[in-house]
Write a protein that binds this ligand. Structure first.
Ligand SMILES: Cc1cc2nc3c(=O)[nH]c(=O)nc-3n(C[C@H](O)[C@H](O)[C@H](O)COP(=O)(O)OP(=O)(O)OC[C@H]3O[C@@H](n4cnc5c(N)ncnc54)[C@H](O)[C@@H]3O)c2cc1C
Length: 399
């Protein structure tokens, strides 16, 4: 059996795990992050929803029910978490616009306005109402984006189609980082002589340098330019993941990729190691403390069976809102499915409540009573609880 010793092992490379990992690594702790694969961030718009229930994220949080995990975290930590995120992403060349004080809108691929808090700078010029006229540029054969949906909802909106010679989101994005492709595209764009107030694109303007590409197009065409997130695979979601992953590496953390944690080693009230299957004997990573950030059902942290819901790594007790009949509302599109409340209840130190382990902390989408869809609080909650869990973990390690 191979054994490596760390101060902290974090399980799950989502927004929560990568953030907690970077924070602990920059404080000088030896951090390993083990993950079975990509997080839900790669499916997301890349926007940081903090609490989309009101005009201000912070007042929206204030109005959440008392059992919501945001109430485990002080307002100062929420603000610090958002500031830390913005500074980290700016450092990685993927700046975000916005702040904790107010929510803003982005234009969705369906033509609706989606409420969020921090948005990639490539979306900051999205119209905040229906007044601005918009010209949408789309790409021949691109299956993940239909400007007709947007045009049917917004007056003053037109579209034009460019033949990029490739048809997937990823391929077009990668072409935009090539000088020759970009120059040819700009010549085509200039010839359109666009009259509308703003210029919109599906979010394919580059892999990592989208912010610069959007600014350059805007300067050359002389109009505000913004991206519209497409359905998964989402480039802004992938940029978010890559930015946080790069920041974690920059802070000195070690990432174990394709490493599904399948077992634990323990003594008394302390977890000593997590293990993953491998040919022959399992691999084992030892640490003094562990942070569980494996997400909810989509992330892989929870599994629902006919009878119950299981937490897959430590088999922690899972809070379930009620009997199975209450897990799903008869309206598929309802925001009130009871299963959205399933997860791990944590105490004020972000340790799992009711568990006998003293060296486990938990954060992100796996927490109970989040109701992420209803409250519009996905990545924001992940950032805030990751900060709180990292601080508690640092205190435990420094005792
Ligand atoms: C389709 C979709 C779109 C969304 N869009 C948005 C949006 O636009 N804005 C927003 O704010 N929020 C959005 N959300 C919500 C948001 O993605 C999550 O709430 C948040 O990112 C949760 O982050 P996390 O780090 O807790 O977990 P996750 O992102 O779920 O990551 C969990 C990680 O744990 C790993 N893992 C799981 N089990 C194991 C194991 N046994 N061993 C090792 N690793 C394991 C996974 O591979 C993954 O890397 C969206 C969610 C979905 C599903």
């Amino acid at each position: 059996m191979s054994v490596t010793e760390y101060d902290v092992v974090i399980i799950g490379a989502g927004v929560a795990g990568l953030t907690a990992g970077a924070l602990l690594a920059e404080r000088g702790f030896k951090v390993a992050l083990v993950t079975q694969g990509e997080p839900t961030a790669c499916l997301s718009t890349g926007c940081i929803d903090v609490c989309s229930r009101g005009s201000s994220p912070l007042s929206g949080i204030h109005d959440l029910p008392p059992e919501h995990p945001y109430h485990l975290v002080s307002e100062k930590i929420i603000r610090d978490a958002l500031n830390y995120f913005q500074a980290a992403m700016t450092d990685m060349g993927i700046p975000y616009a916005g702040g904790a004080e107010e929510n803003r809108f982005i234009l969705s691929a369906l033509g609706t306005l989606k409420t969020s808090c921090l948005v990639p700078s490539t979306m900051k010029e999205a119209p905040q109402d229906t007044k601005d006229s918009v010209h949408i540029i789309t790409f021949k054969g691109l299956k993940d984006f239909y400007p007709g949906y947007i045009i049917s909802r917004r007056r003053n909106t037109k579209s034009s189609v460019y033949d990029a010679g490739v048809y997937s989101t990823m391929s077009i994005a990668s072409h935009f980082e090539e000088k020759e492709f970009f120059e040819k595209f700009i010549i085509w764009l200039e010839k359109l002589n666009i009259d509308e107030d703003k210029l919109a694109f599906p979010a394919v303007l580059g892999l990592e340098s989208a912010s610069e590409i959007v600014d350059t197009v805007s300067i050359l065409i002389g109009k505000p330019v913004f991206e519209i997130p497409t359905i998964p695979p989402s480039m802004p979601g992938r940029r978010l993941f890559n930015g946080l992953k790069g920041y974690f590496h920059k802070k000195g953390g070690t990432l174990y990729w394709a490493w599904p944690v399948a077992g634990i080693e323990k003594t008394g009230k302390v977890i000593e190691a997590v293990t993953t299957p491998s040919e022959g004997r399992p691999n084992s990573i030892n640490a003094k403390a562990f942070i569980l950030s494996t997400g909810s059902f989509v992330g892989g942290g929870l599994t629902a069976t006919r009878e119950s819901i299981i937490e897959n790594v430590f088999h922690l007790p899972v809070h379930i809102s009620g009997p199975r009949e209450t897990w799903f509302d008869s309206d598929y599109f309802s925001l009130n499915h009871g299963i959205g409340r399933a997860g791990i209840i944590a105490d004020s130190t972000l340790r799992p409540a009711g568990s006998s382990w003293e060296n486990i902390f938990v954060c992100g989408g796996i927490l109970a009573d989040t109701e992420i869809l209803k409250n519009g609080c996905g990545h924001g909650l992940a950032l805030a609880t990751a900060h709180a869990a990292a601080l508690s973990c640092a205190e435990y390690l420094s005792r």
